[in-house]
Design a protein around this ligand. Structure first.
Ligand SMILES: [Zn+2]
Length: 201
């Protein structure tokens, strides 16, 4: 397999973008570095495409454009930065230690993303429930006692929406903090949310 193919097989554009500090949303969208992008209009997965400036290509092209490098140099940079294994002759060697470290970092990042996905899913479900309760249990007359689920919906909706935004757009530091205090959040949640949260752990 050729040098470029080996690089592309081992690292997706999304992984590279995240490695170089870009924040990629759950839907794979990020702000395009190649035009003045206010809202995320670039989709990154294996390859990338920008719906704003139409720029597109594979991970090598992405890095090549990002650092203003010829494609070969971009591929070399990727093997070094991401600790990739390249088997062909005359290719840059990578020290095993560096490779192992990069692999471990990638695994940790994937595990972290999976846990964020799970937490996000639960909060989405809970948010849908709250909206449902706000409709279903709304008092029909001014004298009617407020249903506890309606009260919960009124109290929690805005907060949960804020948490969802935080998980989706927060910096990784904020999201990490959120996930680290997850146990506390479970302890102080309403019985219903607690049940939702515990069911996914
Ligand atoms: Zn663009």
């Amino acid at each position: 397999m050729g040098f470029y193919s080996q690089v592309k097989k081992q690292v997706s554009t999304r992984e590279a973008a995240e490695h170089y500090g870009f924040k990629v949303g759950r839907n794979g969208m990020m702000k395009c570095p190649f035009h003045d992008d206010r809202n995320p209009s670039m989709k990154v997965d294996q390859n990338f495409i920008c719906f704003g400036c139409q720029e597109k290509g594979d991970v090598i092209r992405f890095v090549s454009k990002l650092f203003d490098l010829p494609p070969y140099d971009a591929a070399v940079k990727l093997t070094e930065d991401m600790g990739l294994t390249v088997t062909a002759e005359n290719r840059p060697g990578v020290q095993p230690g560096i490779r192992k470290k990069a692999k471990r970092e990638r695994t940790e990042r994937q595990q972290f993303e999976q846990s964020v996905d799970r937490v996000y899913g639960v909060y989405c479900d809970y948010f849908r429930l709250l909206n449902q309760w706000a409709e279903e249990y709304a008092p029909r007359s001014p004298t009617e006692d407020l249903h506890p689920l309606f009260v919960e919906a009124m109290h929690q909706r805005e907060y949960v929406e804020y948490l969802l935004d935080l998980l989706l757009y927060g910096s990784s530091v904020v999201v990490k903090l959120f996930c680290n205090t997850y146990g506390l959040i479970i302890r102080y949640s309403s019985p219903c949310l607690k049940w939702c949260l515990i069911s996914i752990v």
